[in-house]
Write a protein that binds this ligand. Sequence first.
Ligand code: SAH
Ligand code: SF4
Length: 354
Amino acid sequence: MADELIDIKSMNEKELKDFFEDLGQPKFRAGQVFSWLHKGVKTFDEMTNIPSDLRKKLVQTCYISCAAIEKKLISAYDSTVKYLFSFRDGETVESVVMKYHHGYTICVSTQAGCKMGCDFCATGKGGFRRDLRASEILSQIQTAQQDNGIRISNIVLMGMGEPLDNYDNVIRFLELVSCENGLNIGMRHISLSTCGIVPKIYDLADRKLQLTLSVSLHAPNNEIRSRTMPVNKKYPIEELLKACRYYAEKTGRRISFEYAMIDGVNDSDECARELASRIRGILSHVNLIPVNSVSGSDYRKSRGDRLRSFISILERSGITATVRRTLGSDINASCGQLRSSAAKNKAAKGEITG
Ligand code: SAH
Ligand code: SF4
């Protein structure tokens, strides 16, 4: 979509300062506008301490990016809330809000769709639409907070998309969301999950941000990993684990290895032993997740006894592992499924062409 308007919510404080200086405005304007944008206003008219002629000028040159609620599902079991949000070009993404004892966590999307094509993932199966802008990642949090009347304390970049494939926008988002005059959510409260874009893991490590890196490993060797995750053909497991080691050493932060347990694919005792020997010595933790079945693939969850055996082999090798608590299981809280079902409904009604 050709867009002449400026995405003002993606600007950082320095860029806003320059912007208002160019308009001949006093220095404090940037701070005022930044603060309104990060409070989550949807229109310039809500910026009551900004003179009306300047507001008019802003309307003509800029837009305020928002995430509008298209659909909302509330879990009957644990009050997890799942949203389908839409942006100004009509593109949609999913977010999930979860309540834990320490507060609210939101899982946000970083892309509409994904290019990585993992075989077990609903988002991967749906293909790629576009990158999200920093403001669009931020807006998911703002709308979720407003809709629920809550303050979100933790963020996981684990929704639709591969964050390290939208690197610049994600880094900009991290800067904005952790800003003192913004939502002020510290890096220690943010996790980023990646399928393993190796060069970007090095780059992230060198930035020494205090965020938690989750790595979607899901297999102990190249043979299985390349079958389920095409990214492994480009960045094989040895290179990925080398980058993880570097990350952990450089930042002192424990890596979280995600491992979706798939019946008969990656859940044997031999897989557990191989995994243990590969990650030994890396400051890390393993999160086992019984795989969610998605339409179009016949993967099934591992049986309970497989999970227990797998975990005990890891623990005997000195590796800490837990089975991830599943929240919102009745609303398909894992991402990609709401969007694809909404697209199917629209297609059935003839609203989507091509
Ligand atoms: N693209 C990033 C982040 C989004 S996916 C990544 O892949 O890490 C978030 C997490 O959900 C990843 O760990 C991903 O592997 C996992 N996932 C995707 N589909 C799944 C499924 N069907 N069952 C269980 N976990 C799944
Ligand atoms: Fe993309 Fe992550 Fe899904 Fe793989 S698991 S297709 S990287 S969203």
